[in-house]
Design a binder for this molecule. Structure first.
Ligand code: ADP
Ligand code: MG
Length: 362
């Protein structure tokens, strides 16, 4: 097991900067997830940690050792890829033992380590099969087994579940969470899926365009996103963003309003804001409530999506903006009918005005 430190890590291909100075500290035994949209540099970063890509600048430390110039085999890491990279002509047993065979391990050692990995992954009954006789989830388990037998200090996962269907993805996600608890090893897990990041991570690193947007515990990022990008990326459905004007300031609070919104008082901690300043109000769909008396916003039901536990309602606010609300499932929402909603100012986020992140970034 080992802690990992990335210090001002950069990667360029020719004159294209792909990773633009990244600082991340991962504690011993921590489950760290790198999350961000496709192309933001997650795989490049992971491959640099694994030793599969040169580091253009910066320091990479695993344990107490600077490993920038060490070959992959001497870094104590094992990587699991999205494409399982297992050999079709070998049995599961041979696939799992592959790294040990290459290293010249004895048959007794291989048998013992393969048996242990198979027990951990509950695939003892699969050891004599070939990959063609396995499901996608079982194949991914073989790839993970191959990492386990090497007893790495650090496990690196690059979107290991992306090729699996939704139900299986959830099962495997839980299995990987359990595996981490069982092995207690340091793990770095790359995904574009914010749900995987929220559910698995001790620590999330949100990346965009080769830069760190924010680092923190999942609920920390959820409740205190540092910027619009993180606010819009984590949580589903995505946070709503409304254009507002700051109409008053008092202590740590700002009073804001807009043509579709009554006056409401919200935290101004991402300020400083000035009276008259245009700003963006972030509202999570889950914190919007149905109101009758003290409604802050009125609109018309444009679309509904029943999810069982909640109903997602798309509300047209009249000025062309739409608001997504996750509302109680048992009320009736008729498309075209009037609806009045409110929210608690404590649950809203006020951001300095900047370009809004693209819708559906994840
Ligand atoms: N060998 C390469 N040469 C040039 N550009 C590359 C190379 N590999 C990756 N890139 C670029 O680096 C960026 C980050 O890629 P990648 O790390 O694969 O992103 P992610 O894993 O987050 O989807 C992308 O814009 C990609 O086109
Ligand atoms: Mg990738």
């Amino acid at each position: 097991m080992a802690k990992i430190s990335l210090q001002n890590i950069k990667k360029s291909y020719g004159n294209v900067d792909v990773i633009k100075g990244v600082d991340i500290d991962i504690e011993d035994g921590e489950f760290c997830v790198f999350v961000g949209p496709s192309g933001c540099g997650k795989s490049t970063l992971l491959r640099m940690i694994a030793g599969l890509e040169d580091i253009s600048a910066g320091e990479l430390v695993i344990g107490d050792t600077r490993v920038n110039d060490l070959p992959p085999s001497q870094r104590g890491v094992a990587m699991v890829f999205q494409s399982y990279a297992i050999f079709p002509h070998m049995t599961v047993r041979e696939n799992v033992a592959f790294g040990l065979t290459i290293a010249g391990a004895s048959k007794a050692e291989k048998d013992a380590k393969v048996a242990e990995a198979a027990r951990i992954l509950q695939m003892e009954h699969l050891l004599d099969r070939r990959p063609s006789q396995l499901s996608g989830g079982q194949r991914q388990r073989v790839a993970i087994g191959r990492a386990i037998v090497r007893k790495p200090q650090v496990f690196l996962f690059d979107e290991p579940l992306s090729n699996l269907d939704a139900a299986l993805r959830m099962d495997m996600r839980m299995e990987i969470g359990k595996l981490h608890q069982q092995l207690g090893a340091t793990m770095i897990y790359v995904t574009h899926d914010q749900v995987e990041a929220m559910t698995l991570a001790d620590k999330i690193v949100v990346l965009k365009d080769g830069k760190v947007m924010q680092i923190g515990a999942p609920m920390d990022l959820y409740h205190n996103p540092a910027n619009l990008f993180v606010a819009g990326f984590l949580g589903a459905p995505s946070m709503n963003f409304l254009n507002v004007e700051v109409v008053g300031l008092e202590g740590d609070l700002a009073e804001v309003s807009s043509p579709v919104l009554g006056k409401v008082s919200v935290s101004a901690k991402r300020g400083p804001f000035a009276v008259g300043e245009a700003a963006i109000l972030g509202l999570r769909p889950q914190y919007i409530t149905l109101e009758s008396g003290k409604a802050l916003m009125k609109g018309k039901v444009a679309l509904t999506e029943r999810l069982g536990a909640e109903t997602v309602v798309d509300i047209g606010l009249g000025d062309g903006t739409s608001l997504i609300a996750a509302l109680p499932q048992d009320a009736v929402y008729t498309v075209g009918s009037d609806i009045a909603v409110g929210f608690d100012g404590d649950k809203a986020h006020l951001f300095k005005a900047e370009a809004l992140p693209e819708k559906g970034a994840h």
